[in-house]
Design a protein around this ligand. Structure first.
Ligand SMILES: Nc1ncnc2c1ncn2[C@@H]1O[C@H](COS(=O)(=O)NC(=O)C[C@H](N)c2cccc(Br)c2)[C@@H](O)[C@H]1O
Length: 521
């Protein structure tokens, strides 16, 4: 059933021909109201939007900024762009003006498409402005005259989208993904048989995060339905679960943090939603105490740990062991999906390390990004010569992630190379300190930072307690317990108990916000 085409819209719209009546998108409108858009209706919306974009004079390669959350209309808009060879650049309605200004300045879009009324006052440019919704796409400000592009048809190497990653350091980088890269990732993902035509895939990531594009591709390429979870409801466990129940979601995808408050306050209500048969998570480690609670609430569900970087969408899908062994130290990230390969390379650049030896993950894959938009230096730092055969001209992605190989070849992620810090003359893997904190009774989430203090840098731990923990005494003795399993220089000098961890727009733990909150004592 999966289309062999290298073009994004042809893969995702294949069910229009084969199962036109099946639901493609099921929108939660609140108060028990749902809106279902069939594949036939989605296809018609794509054609209507594409006609408006063509009439506006846009040509292959013209960028289109797409400001919207995930919805049937937003999916139609990105597929319409895809069908015309217009690279779409998704940004969140939640994104601050200065971030949108940076994206617009970097990409020089011909058109700025919004789902919502009004416009961002702080974002100027000669781009056209369009508004789209269920009833069509309207150009409200004509785009400036564009350069003539003598292009006729699309190829696999044409750009499908640009995703700007906040990047752990420095200015946002535009990850350029071609049609061929995205569809070869999708084909690797479809081999995992995560969903079928009768599934309903709840998506919780913002459209600017490529995890949402995984969800949309997973659903539409499988003939299943996309269920966008309204982002404001994610903060209210009962409302989030209400959406899952009312829409009949069978698959729930999202970063680990979407489960934090649900598991803390509404684990029983989650357990009552028996339509959920799969959960896929990615982006960062899922704290094991919380994962155990998720498994307890959904014992029959298939839990998949998806590892990867935006520069290749993702690269591995690994089933969480069932049962989760009591002494499990960390989840495996398995092996790359068929068609890709993760290679470990040591500090000297030598590949294929011995079992247990930590190296940096290098990814060989047809799903690699084309490069960072307008940033050849950053591109050549990420797409490096193949460590196995440097003379071949072949490039692989240097991920910046550290891992070791287990007994039967599966990989274990141990942290980012840049989260290894030199602390009081010693190399400290912050993830290791976090992992030890999670082994302490009552702690369900932990983040450790090195923060400046008058007496010098200090290891600061921010922990979240489980619902049953006696918060008053939780921190007592915690340092003593850590001192039994960690060298003294790795025992945090500061411990703070929080009711939750701040997250970035993409849902990951927001370390910068913690550092600001912790501020100088
Ligand atoms: N499963 C894990 N366990 C632990 N650490 C993870 C996992 N997945 C990532 N990471 C970390 O996140 C980094 C990358 O960050 S990113 O570029 O913002 N992209 C992401 O997070 C999301 C990533 N594109 C992705 C993942 C799955 C599906 C899709 Br579609 C997209 C990786 O280099 C890792 O350091």
């Amino acid at each position: 059933m999966v289309s062999a085409s290298p073009l994004l819209h042809e893969v995702l719209l294949a069910p229009v021909a084969s199962t036109p009546h099946r639901p493609a998108v099921i929108e939660f409108l609140g108060d028990d109201r749902l809106r279902t858009v069939s594949y036939r209706e989605l296809g018609a919306l794509v054609d209507s939007f594409a006609a408006s974009l063509t009439a506006a004079g846009l040509g292959v390669g013209d960028r289109v900024v797409l400001e919207s959350d995930t919805s049937a209309a937003a999916i139609a808009a990105l597929l319409a762009c895809s069908s015309l060879g217009l690279p779409f650049v998704p940004v969140s309605p939640e994104a601050p003006d200065e971030r949108v200004r940076a994206v617009v300045a970097a990409t020089g879009p011909r058109l700025y498409l919004r789902a919502a009324e009004g416009f961002r006052e702080g974002v100027r440019g000669d781009f056209g402005i369009g508004r789209f919704g269920q009833d069509g796409l309207r150009i409200v400000r004509e785009p400036a005259a564009g350069t003539i592009r003598h292009r006729r048809e699309l190829t696999a190497t044409d750009t499908a989208y640009l995703i700007f990653t906040s990047g752990s350091t420095g200015r946002p980088k535009g990850v350029v993904m071609s049609h061929g890269a995205v569809t070869s990732f999708y084909r690797g993902m479809y081999t995992q048989r995560i969903v079928g035509g009768r599934d309903r895939v709840a998506t919780t990531s913002p459209l600017q995060f490529d995890f949402s594009l995984l969800d949309i591709g997973l659903a539409l390429g499988s003939g299943a339905a996309v269920v966008p979870v309204p982002r404001p409801l994610l903060r209210w466990p009962r409302r989030f679960l209400r959406v899952l129940r009312d829409t009949g979601a069978t698959q729930v995808n999202g970063v680990p943090s979407i489960w934090r408050q649900v598991l803390r306050y509404e684990a029983d209500r989650l357990a009552g939603i028996d339509t959920i048969r799969g959960v896929l998570f990615c982006g960062e480690d899922f704290p094991l105490p919380e994962l155990r609670r998720l498994r307890a609430a959904l014992p029959a569900a298939r839990l998949v740990n998806c590892y990867g970087a935006t520069e290749s969408m993702a690269c591995s899908f690994t089933d969480v062991p069932d049962p989760l062994p009591d002494d499990l130290e960390r989840l495996s990230i398995g092996a790359a999906h068929p068609g890709a390969e993760m290679i470990l390379v040591d500090a000297a650049g030598r590949p294929f390390l011995r079992t247990g030896e930590v190296g940096e993950i290098h990814l060989r894959s047809p799903a690699l990004f084309s490069g960072y938009w307008d940033d050849p230096a950053a591109t050549s730092a990420a797409l490096v010569p193949d460590p196995v055969e440097p003379r071949s001209g072949q490039r692989v992605l240097r991920t910046g992630d550290l891992a070791y190989r287990g007994e039967n070849g599966e990989l274990y992620f141990t942290g980012r190379a840049d989260s290894q810090v030199q602390f009081r003359g010693n190399r400290v893997e912050l993830g290791e300190v976090e992992r030890r904190l999670l082994e302490c009774e009552g702690i369900t989430a932990a983040t450790v930072l090195v923060l400046p203090r008058p007496a010098g840098p200090e290891l600061c731990a921010f922990v979240v307690a489980g619902p049953q923990a006696r918060e008053g005494t939780l921190l007592d003795g915690l340092s003593a317990r850590l001192a039994r399993v960690l060298p003294s220089y790795m025992v945090p000098g500061e411990l703070r108990l929080l009711t939750g961890l701040p997250t970035t727009e993409n849902g990951k733990v927001d370390r910068a916000a913690l550092a600001r909150e912790a501020g100088p004592l």
